[in-house]
Design a protein around this ligand. Sequence first.
Ligand SMILES: Nc1nc2c(ncn2[C@@H]2O[C@H](COP(=O)(O)OP(=O)(O)OP(=O)(O)O)[C@@H](O)[C@H]2O)c(=O)[nH]1
Ligand SMILES: [Mg+2]
Length: 587
Amino acid sequence: MPDNYSHFKEELLKCIDDMLVIENIPGCPCEDLRDKVKNNVFNLVVLGQFKRGKTSLINALLGAEILPTAVVPLTSIATILKYGEALRIKVFLNDGSVKEIRPETLPLYVTEKGNPKNEKDVREVVVTYPSQYLKDGVQLIDTPGVGSVYHHNTDIAYQYIPKSDAALFLLSVDQPVSRAELDFLTDVKEYSDRIFFLQNKADYVGPKDLEESIDFSRNVLKESIDSDIRIFPVSAKLALDGKLSGSDEILERSYLPAFEKLLHKFLIEEKGRVLILSVSNTLLRVLSQARLELELEIKSLAKPVDELKKKIEMFENREKDVLEDKKDFDILLDGEVARIVKNVLDEDLESFKKELASNLLPGLESLFADNRDLSSRQLYKVLEEYVVSEVKNACNNWRSKEDGKLADTFEAVCKRFIGKIYDTVDGLLKFSSDLFSIPFEVFRSEELWSMKSRFYYKFRNEPVSLELITRSFTFALPRFISDRIFLKNSREFMLEMIDKQGGRMRFDFTERLNKSKYDFRWKMLQRIETTIEGISSAINKGMTEKSKGESSVRKRKQELREVMQKLDTVKGKLIEIKKQVEQKRND
Ligand SMILES: Nc1nc2c(ncn2[C@@H]2O[C@H](COP(=O)(O)OP(=O)(O)OP(=O)(O)O)[C@@H](O)[C@H]2O)c(=O)[nH]1
Ligand SMILES: [Mg+2]
């Protein structure tokens, strides 16, 4: 991969370092931004119907046979591939524990065969590998195929849709596009408008048939999602063979290089451009505010005290309005989060519970009918085991899905509020600059550094509070009862179980939402406070300095001009970086 993007990143990091040592840059989220630049991740999720060759494609991209593939529906757990100096594999379990495994044992965790119905209770697997693809924070995510007889595999694939920054959607030459595939695609489209379509297994047919099969797929998709799309042919098989044997000829026949080129350009553009522009804008914003404060202090050094006092009074009046805004902001945010709980979480939870109960009931009844000759105690045990394992699986799946949805909803609310906060802060800065007739330049940034990843991170790393209730039920029941009562008791047990687990999940989600809300509120309100604080302290510093006499004023002015020069140097560098990044886009 060419290195332009890394080069810009390095330059940006240098600017951040420069800013860190300049006196008088208040409220710079420099450290946060540095982390963001260094650790920015981009999730490229591979999705599709079962057996289209998703796992094979990932191996082909990496040029190594790392993940297991097969002719039968295989992948049952999502695997995240990220950059690391060596091949290492960690398994994350649903109970929060993690273990490192040897590469040759991977199939025992991520395949339907090695881990049927996810009996090992794996949440996801993380593989690190030293591939150029995964440099700069790109994470490739392999998902189980949808539409096979294993419904739980479909559920897992769905959990990863909201986490995708872009998706690779796999079709295959040997299977015409199916109804299930179209339905799945419609769902994927809801979350992502960055989807790359690949027609895999191109090696099955000659160039003419390949073209025909791609045309067919394109027309079907066009009708279904109502937009014209491009489908890239590829043979994951030949691509891997070509890379492993070092044969360019085989690699060319796989069509992968053409697609890789485009994918790479996209990754640099999407990931690099957006990140660099957003971080640069945030830094420019900080610089612009710092510069205003320096200018304010310089002006205050020059103005007569009476005039200054008048201006301070005007500023304080304005400050009162801002404090009112701040209060409104608080109330509105509380309201929005309460609405997320009521309209999203509670509604989803209710329908999940209802659906789960009606899904489990037939199983419970038929299990009862099949095992009636067992003793009451044994029969209860069988039913209980069924309920416990089904409820547990369903809850785990639902929780992960809801996780993404809540994160997205919360993020949208935060975005709106950030807009409001910026209006308030910018208003205050503009007011102050007008008050002292100082020019002031407003920079707006997308603030991607503070949102999505942070919330997901928080959500995903909090300990999971879902454990199943003890089995004391069995023994509380009378031994000799009629079938009807027996079944009724079991049903009640099931409903209670669903209800209790639902309650726990709700508690867990609302707690995490509230924590995220406080975190967000603190950060945002702090921004208003540092602005007020920065402006008034600049004016006051000027006044104090002036009372110390002429030579003190001269010295301070000189200092301030030096700092300002440093700010302007960094500003120049940032603007240059932005210019180059924008130019690259048009190349
Ligand atoms: N001929 C040919 N076979 C391929 C190609 N890509 C994958 N296959 C075969 O297709 C089968 C399925 O491949 P996988 O990579 O396991 O497919 P998948 O989409 O990950 O399957 P699930 O995880 O079960 O959804 C395997 O037998 C692969 O060897 C290809 O480009 N050409
Ligand atoms: Mg697979």
